[in-house]
Design a protein around this ligand. Structure first.
Ligand code: GDP
Length: 468
């Protein structure tokens, strides 16, 4: 009894104060971060009006009074372009918002009426405010965490090992140029800059071809470092651990030493500050994964995504001995992983989609559970662009999707079945997956509100406990 009393008293005091939560959204490019954040802000701003949020108890019970954007505290971080994103979705024809390319932030004040049950019913103020700081940053930046464990030589060797024949073909220009370099020769600034650009170009082509496991992450999404000399390095192929002594004795101005210095600078002045100044301060995090996109891209890309995610998720491994805990002592107390764009498959496939996401992240999930980080896996569509329709096919009722292609053609399709576990050879040989990009629904087609799938479930996991 006394414990209940103490808890309720504490809750009451807590509510009296304005509370704050820092929620971060990440995922690799095109995972759906911009769409997610746009929808999240929309749904909270229109809670109690046209937003449908039945899986979020505060909204379902009519206690969520709405949200307002307010000035953010950190003036050094760009503001998330919500108005532009909404304007794109409201345009005729509607467009997907332009993706953000670096870190951005948006602060919301959420007004809600606290639950009134228990001993202190009737006490306290009528409404409370939760300050929600939202951050959006590229998942590619998290691919850089392992760089902190490497020095230039070991990183060069590691990068060489990741070059599959197809990746080699995509990096052909860079490989040709770098093969001619003698690590002991004097560095020529212009030459190194040109080769670094070819390296970045190779990474970008690989990204366009659907590869994900690419380093360094800032080469793909430089944010405000575009063109800066700190990004002018690349791994040297063909080096061996046995060469270490000889390489480390090379003069300062040698190519090897110059590249090693830049690599070190990148680790110290680009990778570390992001973790120290931003990542460490997030309270909660959602990682978005375009599982369906990878399924559509075939076995090699799918495996590559799996590797990239394993690297990315190291940033959430709070095991005591993990690199992250040793360096930054982060404090995320809740994590969600979500398979996005669930409106690309028919509803009966959603359970398989979550199962596949969990299979894809099986190892990192094990580590997270072990480190006792509360985790929820779900599938969602931030902005639902299709409608489900029943059709009769060969005398049977089937569920199909109706949507508009990006070119504006109405289509009716059954995209395929999602395997509930990691697809094996026979899946790729037999079926594959027919995935099609859809245009967002026009206002006529969607009616009031911004339709979604399970944004309310995601919100409940991420902020629901702060709205009680
Ligand atoms: P970001 O690079 O992670 O910010 O990804 P975006 O949010 O820009 O999403 C990339 C693309 O995925 C968009 O342009 C859309 O084509 C598609 N997309 C994102 N979210 C959804 C969704 O909920 N449903 C559908 N059908 N497509 C989506």
């Amino acid at each position: 009894m006394r414990r209940t009393l103490a808890r309720e008293l504490n809750n009451l005091i807590e509510r009296g104060r304005d509370r704050q939560l820092r929620l971060a959204v990440t995922g690799l490019s095109r995972a759906g971060k911009t769409a997610f954040l746009t929808s999240l802000v929309y749904q909270l701003r229109h809670a109690g009006l046209e937003a449908r949020l039945d899986l979020l108890p505060a909204a379902r019970d009519g206690r969520l009074l709405g949200a307002q954007r307010v000035a953010q505290k950190d003036l050094g971080v760009p503001r998330f372009p919500y108005d532009q994103a909404m304007a794109a979705l409201e345009a005729t024809p509607p467009r997907w918002p332009e993706p953000t390319r670096g870190i951005s932030e948006l602060r919301l004040h959420i007004r809600y009426r606290p639950e009134r049950n228990g001993l202190f019913k009737g006490l306290g103020s009528d409404s409370a405010t939760l300050t929600l700081d939202l951050f959006d940053y590229p998942g590619e930046w998290l691919l850089d965490l392992p760089l902190l464990e490497h020095d230039y030589l070991s990183w060069s060797r590691r990068q060489q090992a990741t070059l599959s024949p197809e990746r080699r073909a995509l990096a052909k220009d860079w490989l040709e140029a770098v093969d001619r370099l003698d690590p002991a020769a004097d560095a020529d600034e212009a030459e190194l800059a040109a080769i670094a650009e070819r390296y970045a170009e190779g990474l970008r082509s690989a990204r366009e071809e659907g590869f994900s496991d690419l380093q360094p992450g800032r080469f793909l999404l430089p944010g405000d470092l575009e063109g800066a000399p700190v990004l002018q390095f690349f791994p040297l192929p063909g080096l061996d651990e046995d060469d270490r002594r000889r390489l480390e004795a090379l003069p300062e101005q040698s190519i090897y030493q110059t590249l090693a210095r830049r690599f070190d600078h990148y680790r110290q002045h680009v990778v570390k500050p992001f973790y120290r100044e931003h990542f460490r301060r997030f309270d909660r995090q959602i990682v978005l994964v375009d599982v369906l996109g990878a399924l559509n891209a075939g076995p090699e890309r799918f495996e590559d995504l799996s590797r990239a995610l394993a690297t990315l998720m190291q940033s959430f491994d709070y095991g005591q001995r993990s690199l992250l805990s040793r360096l930054f002592s982060p404090r995320i107390d809740r994590l969600a992983i979500a398979a996005t764009k669930a409106d690309h498959v028919t509803p009966e496939q959603h359970a398989n989609l979550v199962a596949l996401l969990e299979a894809l992240l099986a190892e990192p999930i094990k580590d997270l559970r072990f480190a006792d980080v509360p985790l929820s896996a779900l599938s969602l569509a931030s902005i639902r662009a299709t409608q489900v329709q029943a059709v009769k096919h060969q005398g049977k009722h089937e569920t199909v999707l109706r949507g508009m292609t990006l070119k504006g053609e109405e289509t009716l399709m059954f995209p395929g079945e999602v395997p509930p576990r990691l697809p094996r050879h026979d899946f790729w040989a037999r079926q594959g997956f027919a995935f099609q990009a859809f245009r967002p629904l026009s206002r006529d087609a969607r009616g009031e509100g911004l339709p979604h799938i399970r944004m309310d479930a995601a919100l409940d996991w991420l902020i629901g406990d702060k709205l009680t």
